[in-house]
Design a protein around this ligand. Structure first.
Ligand SMILES: Cc1cn([C@@H]2O[C@H](COP(=O)(O)OP(=O)(O)OP(=O)(O)O)[C@@H](O)[C@H]2O)c(=O)[nH]c1=O
Length: 694
């Protein structure tokens, strides 16, 4: 069975792989499939206890990964895919499901449990066929299946184990090994599809495509029958996500059932290379998907960390899409978060609620405590202390930070629960603390991508402002006067012409964000046609230096308030890049420097529409046809909490707001800019570029 005969059916179709797995990408690419990669945002935190068999967990996770991308693309990328492929690979041994290890100790536990034993590798696959109808409604047809492969490990010595773990290979792989690489040394035999172990059962996938496109006048050739999935069966509905109301989608399931066509007797689920094609329109074999989030346990990264990691490093795929004409681009109203994932609270006979049923709501209620714990530990320089002196106990930390042992102990344990610190047993079981990976990368003052400046800004400015969120919602204005006792007409004039300490703290905050996002923004588009750029509000020049690094032919002028420019060399005292220069001025008052490309990174979200149009008018007057504007902002996408919470942030802090990519395109069109493209980076900021037409 080769993919070739099916390829012709797929040519011209938009095929999307909803996976960040480089192995899956390689397997499908080598098979000649042409597709786009849009990693899924679905968090793999389904409660494994809800599934009768391990493969059901893998299939359901694969389905949710694919559905999340299928639903997001129409309004995030302004295009509807034809096919979305999701997959999830798990390793099972002694009844336990092993996913990707969270750290080396976890990898050690996994590999030790596999040593000398035969285990199973299951890959669940979901194929979603999207049928866009005339009225822009989208029907989804869902086909899912799984493949099992048996693998036996040799007996593994401690040295072998740690040598393999220290190679780093286990960390992004289910079960903590990669059979296709060094991990192959651990394997005695494989019974079944090898590629299934690597991460994608290509042969089974080909057979499935053959069924869909060649062997039947399947529903894909006709209007997709919307089969209402009955709730009456013993299992709840197989789809746990409600379609966005405006798109009035119906999740229907393939009426083609390979079980009917498949003449061979179905292998027992546990026999070698067993595989099943599930059609969820008949007796779906899993219970309703709860979004039940596991609390922290030693072996899993808890939701606390998820919440923190998610807010620190929003994951969005690299994707470039030409924005349609904004007048025509009708973004569907998107599901509220609550609609996206139904949390069916399980009532027990005696009416008592299970703890995990309330997990999601308690995570949200406790979110501010997690943030404040992070801010406090950062303010007390705990991460810097443990970077220079790892392995201190609570009393030693308390002494260094001049705090109570009792309070320090509580704070350190909270940071461990959030995945910021790690602890191990010292003498008499007295915990010793050290920085976790997150703290090493983002929370040390001297980390290349330190967010400490931004955290200080959050703690000293954003936190007090958010305390007055209710007033901000009632009044629709920022809360600077309530929070700081001073009305402000221009937030930036106030901040920058405040005390040196306030000004420096704000610049450090902007600098840390620009350092983390600069490369993604600088490399979002090919800027080789531009020779000069003007970074309006470019603050310390962090983005400017990334731009000149990425584009050797580009010179960048940072245009910002005098009070900012005078401080900028504080951030780059050694910088000798003569392609970056600083010019002081106010872009609302003064003439803009001439440039081919004007850059607005986290600037427009500070201002209301009318002010944005004033600034765009200035730029349009300064820009000749063929010049461009590059906007870097967190684009509202109706799905991720990050962008929506950022918009609240703008409400309490400024007169501005976050906007969708289409809104920016529409605003730019009013100033004779067009051919607008958007790129969603894997970072806080997305990028939009637009060319001056006349
Ligand atoms: C057993 C085994 C697994 N893997 C990789 O393990 C990841 C599983 O994790 P996943 O959650 O299914 O996928 P992911 O990598 O997180 O990507 P995504 O689909 O975005 O969740 C995938 O990568 C697989 O190749 C190997 O490369 N070799 C092996 O021998």
């Amino acid at each position: 069975m080769v993919l070739r005969p099916v390829i012709s059916k797929l040519l011209g179709k938009l095929v999307v792989l909803a996976s960040s797995s480089p192995r899956r990408l390689e397997i499908l690419h080598n098979a000649g499939l042409r597709f786009e990669v849009v990693p899924s945002w679905f968090k793999e935190t389904l409660d494994k206890g809800l599934f009768k068999a391990p493969y059901e967990y893998a299939v359901e996770t694969a389905k949710q990964k694919a559905l999340e991308v299928a639903r997001r693309m129409p309004f995030k990328h302004l295009k509807t895919p034809d096919i979305v492929i999701g997959a999830d690979t798990i390793v099972t041994v002694d009844g336990k499901i092993l996913e990707k290890p969270v750290d080396k100790d976890d990898a050690y536990r996994m590999l030790s449990s596999l040593s000398g034993k035969e285990h199973s590798v299951f890959t669940g696959v979901a194929i979603i066929l999207c049928h866009e109808k005339e009225n822009e409604e989208v029907d989804y047809q869902l086909i899912d299946f799984y493949e099992e492969t048996k693998v036996k490990f040799a007996d593994l010595s401690e040295d072998m184990l740690w040598e393999y773990i220290n190679s780093g290979e286990p960390m992004d792989k289910a079960g903590g090994y990669g059979i296709q690489a060094l991990g192959g040394m651990l394997v005695e035999y494989v019974h079944g599809d090898f590629l299934n172990v690597v991460g994608f059962p290509l042969n089974h996938f080909c057979k499935q495509l053959d069924l869909i496109y060649n062997q039947s006048t399947s529903s894909t050739d006709q209007e997709c029958p919307s089969v209402h999935v009955s709730n009456s069966s013993s299992h709840a509905t197989s789809t746990s996500t409600q379609p966005p109301p405006k798109m009035s989608t119906q999740f229907s399931h393939s009426t083609s059932s390979s079980t009917k066509r498949n003449s061979e007797p179905k292998p027992r689920p546990n026999s070698p290379s067993a595989s099943q094609t599930h059609h969820t329109n008949d007796s779906p074999s899993f219970s309703p998907v709860h979004k039940v989030m596991k609390k922290n346990s030693n072996s899993e990264v808890g939701e606390g960390s998820w919440m923190l990691v998610n807010s620190l490093s929003k994951r969005i795929e690299i994707q470039s899409a030409e924005l349609q004409d904004p007048e025509k681009a009708t973004l569907p109203s998107t599901p509220s978060r609550g609609q996206a994932i139904e949390l069916n609270v399980t009532e027990h006979e005696d009416g008592e609620l299970k703890k995990e049923d309330l997990e999601q709501i308690t995570e949200l209620m406790d979110g501010f405590k997690a943030s404040k714990a992070l801010f406090t530990a950062s303010e007390l320089c705990i991460f810097d202390l443990l970077q220079s002196r790892p392995g201190l106990d609570a009393a030693q930390v308390a002494k260094e930070i001049k705090a109570s042992v009792k309070g320090t102990e509580r704070l350190l344990e909270a940071c461990v629960s959030l995945g910021l610190l790690k602890s191990k047993d010292g003498m008499h079981h007295n915990p010793l603390y050290e920085n976790a990976d997150l703290a090493v990368r983002f929370l040390r003052s001297d980390a290349p991508f330190s967010l400490r400046g931004y955290i200080q800004h959050c703690n000293s400015t954003v936190w007090p402002l958010f305390s007055h969120l209710e007033s901000a919602v009632r009044e629709g204005t920022n809360q600077r006067e309530r929070a700081f006792g001073k009305k402000s007409d221009d937030v930036f004039q106030d901040t920058y012409y405040n005390s040196q300490e306030v000004k420096l703290r704000f610049m450090k905050a902007m600098h840390s964000i620009a350092k983390v996002t600069g490369k993604a923004v600088a490399t979002a588009f090919d800027l080789s046609n531009f020779k000069t750029a003007c970074d309006l509000g470019g603050c310390t020049g962090a983005l400017a230096y990334e731009l000149t690094k990425a584009h050797p032919g580009l010179s960048v002028t940072v245009f910002d308030l005098p009070a900012v420019v005078e401080m900028s060399e504080h951030f780059y005292p050694q910088q000798k890049d003569n392609r970056v220069s600083f010019v002081a001025g106010d872009f609302f008052q003064d003439e803009l420097p001439k440039a081919d490309l004007y850059i607005l990174a986290r600037v427009l979200h500070d201002w209301p529409d009318e002010k944005v149009h004033i600034l765009l008018t200035e730029i349009a007057d300064a820009a000749a046809p063929g010049c461009a504007v590059l906007i870097a902002e967190t684009m509202l996408d109706g799905q991720t909490p990050y962008s929506a919470l950022q918009s609240l942030n703008m409400l309490v802090q400024t007169e501005g707001r976050e906007r969708t990519a289409s809104k920016y395109a529409e605003m730019l069109r009013k100033h004779r800019f067009g051919k607008t493209h958007v790129v969603h980076t894997k970072n806080f900021l997305d990028a939009v570029i637009s060319i001056k037409i006349s």
